[in-house]
Write a protein that binds this ligand. Structure first.
Ligand code: AMP
Length: 141
């Protein structure tokens, strides 16, 4: 494989071992090697799209259907009360492996982690700024 092959492509190819939890023609899921909680799972498309933004909508929809099946299975396997399902979508968002992946992180009532809102200080925006942003998002789709 070429030098710019990511570690995830090597995992899919079986060149690096992983704890597989799901595989089909287009999707692969395995335990994170540095789990944030027992059962921390990564779900990836086999095609090496770098970011969610690069995935065709039908493929993104298909993988999210699979994630919706895997998340309850992960929770059940480790007796979790809930899960955080998240994508670090781009380097500035904390993405380290440039092959889009969904984290499924089991959550427990006593884990003291809180919601992802704790990551941010929050942005104060006036009504006209909110309306302008919403219009820009609509026109960029
Ligand atoms: P991110 O920071 O969103 O790019 O997450 C990358 C994730 O990949 C991290 O949680 C790493 O622990 C995980 N990871 C890196 N190498 C491996 C590997 N060989 N097997 C399983 N997970 C890995």
């Amino acid at each position: 494989m070429s030098d710019d092959t990511t570690i995830f492509e090597q995992i899919i190819a079986g060149e690096i071992p992983s704890y597989t939890v799901y595989e089909d023609e287009t999707t692969y899921a395995f335990l994170d090697a540095n789990p944030l909680a027992p059962g921390h799972t990564l779900v990836i498309p086999k095609h090496p799209y770098e970011r969610l933004n690069d995935m065709p909508a039908d493929e993104a929809g298909e993988i999210f259907g699979i994630i919706s099946d895997i998340a309850p299975a992960v929770e059940a396997a480790v007796g979790a009360d809930a899960s955080t399902v998240a994508v670090n979508n781009g380097e500035e968002a904390g993405q380290e492996v440039p092959h889009v992946h969904w984290h499924i992180i089991p959550r427990f009532a006593d884990d003291n982690v809180g919601p992802i809102h704790r990551l941010f200080d929050g942005a104060e925006l006036a009504d006209d700024e909110m309306e302008e942003i919403a219009a820009d998002i609509r026109s960029n789709q």
